[in-house]
Design a protein around this ligand. Structure first.
Ligand code: GAL
Length: 676
């Protein structure tokens, strides 16, 4: 490796460091005739666009044949953008291999779990571990870097695109070979692997590395540790690709920051972004809203987690949509105000760049019905007017750029390993959804008007008065110790069903559940009692549990039962417990209460930790508060979570967003930014 990434932000042309938000989109000029390019640059300027991501899917155009390169068109558009004052986040163009490459080398194509080849015709049809693909990709990266090293528009490198979006799990022979290398590094000996994988079970004992395969389609449940290791390996394999491109770029353009766009959103779970975040100069994310009752909360959750991955530093929103996407079952258009609100909610959680997919809506191809900054209707459209208005607003907010997130007093701990392991097959229930449980807690925080940071496992806990670690399933000894220390020294830990159950090898901790957390929580569970789909159990605090219950025995005098089951064969047994530990506490919620049910419990837990809302009473639940700060200034982002007008009486400070005379008012889905 050339050198480790250092925290750096965009290098603006002429090294201009004036604070500003980056604003723009993916730009695919190769889809348009030359005369459109001039109009593009003119409209970009009109909309306040100052950056575009270029050449993401341009490989086939740049390298039309193995030894042929065509950069003329790219030179021209780079120059044109620069003359227009628009910086370029230049892609390495390796995201999707051209047809000649896959014809020449079909062995780069990924293979599914059941042995089918993923053929060309869409995109990202390459094996992360293919040495052949790597060689061609790096040759292209080198050409790009050499060509544009000194181009004044070049402001950052954009490695590939959404690594792992379609090719995270590849079960090919290349993958098998690379998996074995990865396992050798992890375990050293086949014997150690046999122990970790528990191969005494079902006659799975290996005697040679060559016998080991990815968890391909099997007769029954594949070995769980093999599955978990394959997830770890697959994330690492793509991370390795990222590093290979990055190191080549660092060698040629050491002063240009390198990023790649993550997908911290929804159920996209294959890439361990907490681990990847160290590999880039700044974190970038793509986010698309899933319409529905928790859609906005999910956006906030993802932005919040991205902010944590970025270590509180500014990050880059590389893609979101101006309106509908093309890949959901029904692609809903955004309502008035949502374009700006969604963008500003990312900014509220630390984004210093707001970009969309894409600049101009494609006329052909699979994404022709995906919205863009310039829709099919053209610039004379509501979408383009909203886009231009947002560009102006981001200009007005320039002083906020560069500020850091102000940490909250509470946090939700998010753990990729627990996400992966808790949802594997042959478990007490197949209905458990790790991220949904975490999101439900987040929604409960939002409903109470209390800020919570969504932090990744490994981030320091000591600044938080309360940490909720939902379904913290994988708890190695060191983590158990860290959590015990946290509570001993005054922290209030909250965890839930199916937590503490296994170690890093996915082996059950013995002696009763919740295994590694049993003593800390002061409870013991002999047997899980999951609920059937549609089944529910009442609790004596008026809430209703679904999905899961536990038959809990309290084993420590310092445990208080906060709620008990109130029906069925668990009636009278503890459902929610809290143990006093040192100057802190450790609480356990044994069932799924859902976003609404969690509100009351969370209110009690927050009260126990001495945490109150920073918002005036009438705003709690109706308005989300996120805070950024630098120097003396603190910026409050107030986001209307409702479709009604909300008055902001009681909020003091200088509004930076346009405000009418008199007290601040948020229109439906409106956002205010206030300097305090
Ligand atoms: C992303 C991708 C873009 C575009 C977009 C559509 O996954 O990076 O290229 O396809 O989705 O929503």
């Amino acid at each position: 490796m050339t050198r480790a990434p250092s925290p750096r932000w965009l290098r603006w042309p002429d090294d201009d460091t004036t604070p500003r938000f980056a604003y723009g989109a993916d730009y695919n000029p190769e889809q348009w005739p030359r005369e459109v390019w001039d109009e593009d640059v003119r409209l970009m300027r009109e909309a306040g666009v100052n950056i575009v991501s270029l050449a993401i899917f341009s490989w086939a155009r740049i390298q039309p044949a193995p030894g042929t390169w065509d950069f003329d068109w790219l030179d021209e558009i780079m120059d044109l953008l620069h003359q227009g004052g628009i910086a370029v986040d230049l892609a390495t163009a390796t995201a999707s291999p051209p047809p000649w490459l896959t014809t020449l080398h079909p062995e780069v194509l990924p293979v599914t779990q059941s042995g089918e080849t993923l053929w060309p015709g869409a995109r990202q049809h390459w094996r992360p571990t293919s040495p052949v693909f790597r060689e061609y990709a790096l040759r292209l990266v080198e050409k790009m870097a050499e060509r544009y090293a000194d181009h004044p528009a070049l402001t950052a490198w954009h490695v590939s695109n959404e690594l792992g979006c379609h090719n995270i799990y590849d079960y090919s022979d290349d993958a098998a070979r690379a998996f074995r290398v990865w396992l050798t590094e992890r375990y050293g000996t086949v014997e150690a692997l046999n122990h970790a994988w528990g191969t005494a079970f079902w006659s799975q004992r290996y005697t040679e590395w060559e016998q080991i395969l990815p968890p391909r389609l099997a007769a029954s449940h594949p070995n769980p540790t093999q599955q978990l290791d394959f997830k770890r390996f697959s994330s690492d394999a793509l991370k390795d690709h990222l590093r290979a491109e990055r190191d080549l770029l660092y060698g040629i353009t050491p002063d240009v920051p390198v990023t790649t766009n993550f997908m911290v959103m929804g159920e996209t779970k294959g890439m361990h972004y907490a681990d990847w975040a160290q590999e880039v100069d700044f974190v970038s994310n793509d986010h698309y809203v899933h319409p529905g009752p928790q859609g906005l909360d999910e956006l906030s959750f993802s932005a919040n987690l991205t902010g944590s991955l970025a270590g509180g530093r500014p990050w880059f929103l590389m893609e979101h949509s101006t309106s509908a996407v093309n890949w959901q079952a029904v692609n809903v258009a955004k309502r008035a105000g949502e374009l700006a609100r969604d963008s500003l909610l990312h900014v509220a959680h630390g984004a210093d760049a707001v970009c969309f997919f894409q600049w101009r809506q494609s006329a052909a191809g699979a994404e022709k019905y995906h919205s863009a900054m310039v829709p099919h209707a053209g610039a004379d459209s509501e979408v383009f007017r909203s886009v231009a208005a947002l560009g102006g607003l981001l200009g007005d907010l320039a002083e906020v750029a560069g500020s850091a997130r102000r940490p909250a007093r509470a946090a939700i701990l998010f753990d990729w390993e627990s996400w992966w392991a808790s949802e594997q097959d042959s478990h007490p229930t197949s209905l458990l959804r790790y991220r949904q449980e975490a999101l439900d807690w987040y929604s409960a925080f939002l409903a109470l008007g209390v800020r919570a940071d969504v932090i990744h496992q490994g981030a320091p806990l000591d600044g938080y008065d309360l940490v909720v670690a939902p379904v913290l399933h994988v708890v190695p000894r060191a983590l158990a110790k860290e959590l015990a220390n946290y509570a001993e020294s005054g922290g209030h830990l909250v965890t839930t069903y199916f937590s503490g159950v296994v170690d890093e090898n996915d082996h059950a901790w013995l002696g009763g559940y919740p295994g590694a957390l049993r003593e800390l929580l002061g409870i013991r569970i002999e047997e899980f009692a999951p609920l059937l789909d549609g089944e529910s159990v009442p609790l004596d605090d008026g809430t209703t549990g679904t999905l899961w219950t536990d038959r809990i025995t309290v084993t420590d005098d310092a445990v208080e039962v906060l709620a008990a089951y109130n029906g069925g064969d668990r009636a009278g047994l503890p459902a929610i417990t809290r143990r006093t530990v040192g100057t802190g506490s450790a609480a356990y919620v044994s069932t799924r209460l859902g976003a609404e049910g969690l509100r009351g419990v969370l209110a009690r837990l927050l009260a126990g930790a001495g945490i109150t809302s920073e918002l005036p009473e009438p705003l709690r639940g109706r308005v989300e508060l996120a805070v950024r700060a630098h120097g003396e200034a603190e910026y409050w982002f107030l986001v209307n979570r409702t479709d009604e007008t909300v008055g902001l009486a009681g909020v003091t400070g200088t509004p930076l967003t346009p405000a009418a005379e008199g007290p601040l008012v948020l229109g439906p889905r409106g956002v205010a930014v206030v300097r305090r």
